[in-house]
Design a protein around this ligand. Structure first.
Ligand code: OS5
Length: 228
């Protein structure tokens, strides 16, 4: 088993890289890939840079060039659900693209022909996450995560995304990773810790909580690797 661990920003993978043994950095396609071992398990870690296009590129490279056969994403998200507060963890049971719109042709939001509105993540990895949460005594929400190439800092847009996709949280990379992994038959898992509420304070809150929430997510992902 070779496990890919992805984030979007340096802050999201730094707490993981700092715990790896036998670190080897490979530069490829204008990015850095960190090969190493975590408690004896082979991992390749990378941050994609922000947004769906960079996330697609990085997920594809982790699978096709580095031969990873499972992909875990760790990072932060904006909350939609009122249940979610800063630092809370959410796992995606499925992911959708909130900015994908060919409704002019009668299709629903988030749908393109031969695609799916929501792409489901791997059930076994979700079950493992629930076991890890139980062992750690941490609450873990499961729900739909909506992805789009926008930092959402607007209560109205957030409400629309929540209602249209029944989504609990939003971010900018997860659904891209889901589409790649689903097409290539690679089990994947998306974990996010809340950094903000995607409202008018989101920019300020994001800056304030990025590091602490990213670490909460990263620590949880490493416990999952232990359980794999
Ligand atoms: O990766 C992006 C999505 N992440 C999840 C997230 C989110 N997504 C959408 N809306 C929200 N309200 C969300 N809350 C959390 C987080 C990340 C958001 S984009 C943040 C960009 C911040 C930034 N811009 N410049 N820098 C940081 C400094 C910099 C400069 C050069 C190179 C790298 C960083």
């Amino acid at each position: 088993m070779k496990i890919a661990i992805m984030g979007a920003m340096p802050e999201e993978i730094e707490p993981i890289i700092s715990k790896l043994d036998n670190l080897n950095v490979v530069e490829y396609a204008a990015n850095k890939y960190y090969e190493g071992a975590y408690h004896g398990k082979e991992v390749v870690v990378a941050y994609s840079k922000i947004g769906k296009v960079f996330a697609t590129l990085t997920a594809t490279i982790l699978i096709e060039k580095f031969d990873c056969n499972t992909l875990l994403f760790s990072g932060v998200a904006g909350a939609i659900s009122n249940d979610l507060k800063v630092g809370d963890l959410i796992i995606a049971d499925s992911l959708c693209q909130h900015d994908l719109d060919i409704t002019a042709f009668g299709h629903p939001y988030g749908y393109v022909p031969e695609g799916e509105v929501c792409v489901a993540s791997d059930e076994k990895l979700r079950d493992l996450a629930k076991q890890v949460a139980e062992a750690k005594g941490l609450p873990l929400k499961e729900g739909i995560i909506a992805t789009g190439d926008q930092f959402v800092a607007d209560a109205e847009r957030k409400e629309w995304i929540g209602k249209t996709f029944n989504a609990d949280a939003l971010e900018m990379e997860g659904a891209a990773v889901a589409v790649v992994c689903s097409a290539l038959n690679v089990p994947f898992f998306i974990l996010r810790a809340i950094s903000d509420a995607a409202d008018m304070d989101a920019g300020f809150d994001f800056d304030k909580f990025l590091e602490s929430s990213a670490k909460i997510s990263a620590d949880f992902i490493l416990s999952m690797v232990d359980g794999m």
